[in-house]
Design a protein around this ligand. Structure first.
Ligand code: NAI
Length: 506
């Protein structure tokens, strides 16, 4: 295989630079690592050599391949050593002024057809290219950490980037074993933009006292299939990285309410409680392991009240079947008897509002989240309202735990936890399609590979039914009166036909 770029320079030999250098050498390119800190450069080269040696020890690479890889990875003492390169990937400190002056210097030093790219995660590609003589030869090439394992890269076109440059970068990504997605130069590009719905909405639920961090993590992992809960993810990424990203995207979009950061992370950052790396984040860490508070205990209930289900409950037929399977005594009257545990299953609305609107006794009314098919989840989520009696809460908890499935009981809010988080993720993704940040297909590909979501946001919206997602958003907007929940026009239009369809004019 002849590499599309046969001589590649990687400037900045930190966490990202070394990973990029590794996969470029593996793709057959001659690679030069350059860093202002000679020590960092040497350390990076040693680390990459170590990775290859380990792979050889495990039998995943043969000795000849390792030797070939090693002979292709060089270090450069001065920028002039990079003159033969036809691609330069910059992965230095995240500062616009420093990146700009580096590229001006490179442009003056290297012969004209060279392609210059930045691995920036938060600075505008167009802004870095401003002042260059050949901005058409400049693009964003945004990898994820750790580069060899995170097999996606965003190819970002600035205002003046030549499309042929993006095509070559896409083809080269493939040679490096990565999937390239195309993004327009917009704040957060694809992955960091699409990721806004998850943590910010979970933080908002915490700030309302709906549930604690660990419960929210459990709910989102067990109901949706996320590998990490939002607070586990914050701890892993560390708030000194993720809080500034939240602020940056919010401000770059001129305070768009959908991306509003939280005072919770601002305070924790100020207090140094930033995550796993300091031993203290949303969880405490002992020997590098999170101390996870125990799950809620199932109450010991001997006698269960009869159960009445609101005719307006979502997935009512599935809910009635579930209750039957759990051995509940189901009431069939038009209204609940005075003893009945009264179940509602709203989309977006809070349990309190539903109890009032449906003229139910709030003391006996409990909500259950039925957005997802119960069979597809590992946890059921119930919500009380401020008037719910503790015997009714305990009876509902014990009843829904009868078959051994985990149950969380949370306080009342619009959209439980899962509904509000999922609806936000789908809505932000839809709005990105509306803004033409990327194609719907690239959006789902980038998010599954870059964030590890079980499904792309648009496929998730389709699975749940776009009209259900829209209902959650409309009702959240009514409950909170907050523009962050306004549905994207793209979601409203595509709601009827599906979100992840590729071949449409929209
Ligand atoms: P890092 O701090 O690990 O490494 C940066 C390296 O650049 C250091 O070795 C430093 O000595 C060197 N450096 C600084 N200024 C330089 C200059 N003027 N010329 C040459 N070398 C210079 O940083 P990291 O994490 O590798 O990030 C690099 C870039 O990649 C940043 O733009 C960052 O935003 C971006 N990025 C980082 C990700 C991450 O998870 N760490 C993910 C995606 C992008």
């Amino acid at each position: 295989m002849t590499p599309i770029f046969n001589h590649v320079a990687v400037i900045g030999a930190g966490a990202m630079g070394r990973g990029i250098a590794q996969i470029a050498a593996q793709a057959g390119s001659q690679v030069w690592l350059y860093d202002t800190q000679a020590e960092a450069m040497q350390k990076a080269r040693d680390a990459v050599f170590q990775v290859w040696d380990t792979l050889a020890t495990k039998g995943r690479l043969d000795a000849d391949t390792v030797t070939a890889y090693k002979t292709r990875l060089h270090t450069a003492a001065i920028l002039e050593d990079l003159k033969s390169c036809n691609l330069v990937v910059e992965a230095i400190v995240e500062r616009l002024d420093i990146k700009k002056s580096l590229f001006v210097e490179l442009e003056n030093l290297l012969p004209a057809p060279v392609v210059l790219v930045t691995n920036t995660s938060s600075i505008s590609v167009t802004a870095i290219a401003a002042g260059l003589k050949r901005p058409e030869q400049f693009a964003g090439y945004h990898f994820f950490n750790p580069v060899p394992l995170m097999k996606v890269v965003e190819v970002i076109a600035g205002l003046k980037t030549n499309s042929e440059v993006c095509e070559r970068l896409t083809a080269y990504a493939k040679q490096m074993g990565h999937t390239a997605v195309q993004a327009n130069d917009t704040p957060g590009f694809i992955v960091n933009h699409a990721g806004r719905g998850y943590g910010t909405e979970a933080l908002r639920a915490v700030s309302e006292g709906v549930a604690d961090f660990a419960t929210i993590d459990r709910i989102l992992k067990d109901q949706v299939g996320f590998k990490l809960g939002p607070f586990e993810l914050f701890d892993l990424t560390a708030l000194d990285v993720s809080h500034p990203v939240m602020e940056s995207i919010y401000n770059q979009y001129y305070q768009e309410p959908r991306y509003r950061p939280s005072v919770i992370t601002a305070q924790r950052l100020a207090g140094g409680v930033v995550g796993k790396k300091v031993g203290q984040g949303f969880y405490n860490y002992v020997d590098g392991k999170a101390v996870v508070p125990a799950d809620q205990l199932v109450p010991d209930v001997k006698e269960f009240p009869p159960v009445w289900v609101s005719p307006r409950a979502s997935r009512r037929i599935e809910l009635l079947q579930l209750l039957k399977d759990l051995g509940a005594n189901i009431e069939t009257g038009a209204s609940p008897s005075p003893q009945a545990l009264t179940l509602v299953a709203p989309l977006g609305f809070d349990v309190t509002t539903v109890a009032v609107v449906e003229r139910l006794d709030p003391a006996r009314t409990i909500g259950i989240d039925m957005l997802f098919d119960d069979a597809a989840t590992k946890r059921r989520v119930l919500a009380t309202n401020p008037a719910t009696r503790s015997d009714m809460r305990d009876a509902a908890h014990a009843l829904f735990a009868k078959d051994g499935k985990a149950v969380s009981v949370i306080r009342d809010s619009g959209g439980f936890i899962t509904q509000r988080v999922v609806a936000n993720i789908v809505n932000i993704a839809s709005d990105m399609c509306q803004q033409r940040v990327c194609t719907p297909n690239d959006l789902d590909v980038a998010v599954t590979l870059g964030l590890g979501y079980p499904l792309g946001p648009l496929a998730l919206g389709d699975k749940l039914g776009p009209t259900n997602v829209l209902e959650v958003l409309f009702n959240l907007q009514t409950v909170y009166g907050d523009p962050r929940y306004r549905p994207s026009p793209w979601l409203r239009r595509r709601g009827a036909i599906g979100l992840s369809l590729l071949h449409t004019e929209d």
